[in-house]
Design a protein around this ligand. Structure first.
Ligand code: IMP
Ligand code: MG
Length: 174
C-alpha cells in the first residue's frame, strides 16, 4: 500500500520541547543521578537528544520489548527481546519511550522494572495518544499529546521505515 507522510510536529517544535523536558528533569533531580532506560528501537532518538540536555549526572541502558508486528495495531502481547545490562538497584530510573498508545507495553514494563529495587521509576514519553488508552499508565513527562493518528519519525516507524525523519509525520494511506 502506498503511503504519504504529512508533518505533524516540525523538527524545531520537537527540539524546543525536548530542551524544556531536559530542563525540567535537571530541576527535578537536582543533586541526584538519573538512570535513563531507553525502550528500543523507537525511544533511542528521543533519549539521545534528551540526555544531552540533562545537566545532572546521567547513565543509560537499553531494553527491547515487542508488542507490535509489521502492522499498526497493538497485539497486547509483550515479549522481552533484549533485557537491561545493568541492575536498577538504588537508581533513580526514568523510562524513555517514543509513544504511549494503548499503554499495554508500558504498564507491563513499569511493573517489571519496579520489582527490581530502584529508588523510583518515572516515565518520560515523547508522544502520548490519550484517546487510545486501554490500560491506565501514569506519565510523568510528556513531549506532546497527539490525536489518534499513526505517526512516524524521530525513532517511530511504520514497518521499520521512517525512523530517521527528524520531525513527526502522520502516515496517510492512499
Ligand atoms: P502500546 O502498548 O499500545 O502503548 O504501544 C506502544 C508501542 O507501540 C510504542 O512504543 C510504539 O513502538 C508502537 N506505536 C504505537 N503507536 C504508534 C504510532 O503511531 N506510530 C508508530 N509506532 C506506534
Ligand atoms: Mg516503543
Amino acid at each position: 500500500m502506498a503511503e504519504r507522510i504529512e508533518v505533524l510536529l516540525t523538527e524545531e517544535e520537537v527540539d524546543k520541547r525536548i530542551q524544556e523536558i531536559g530542563d525540567q528533569i535537571s530541576r527535578d533531580y537536582a543533586g541526584k543521578q538519573v538512570h535513563l532506560v531507553c525502550v528500543l528501537k523507537g525511544g533511542s532518538f528521543f533519549m539521545c537528544e534528551l540526555a544531552k540536555r540533562i545537566t545532572v549526572p546521567v547513565s543509560i541502558d537499553f531494553m527491547s520489548v515487542s508488542s507490535y508486528g509489521g502492522d499498526t495495531k497493538s497485539s497486547g502481547v509483550v515479549r522481552i527481546v533484549k533485557d537491561l545490562d545493568e541492575s536498577l538497584k538504588d537508581k533513580h530510573v526514568i523510562v524513555i519511550e517514543d509513544i504511549v498508545d494503548s499503554g499495554r507495553t508500558l504498564s507491563y514494563l513499569l511493573d517489571m522494572l519496579r520489582s527490581r529495587g530502584p529508588l523510583d521509576v518515572r516515565l518520560c514519553t515523547l508522544l502520548d495518544k490519550p484517546d487510545r488508552r486501554v490500560v491506565d499508565v501514569k506519565v510523568d513527562y510528556t513531549g506532546f499529546e497527539i490525536p489518534d493518528e499513526f505517526v512516524v519519525g524521530y525513532g517511530l516507524d511504520y514497518d521499520q521505515k521512517y525512523r530517521n525523519l527528524p520531525y513527526i509525520g502522520m502516515v496517510k494511506f492512499e
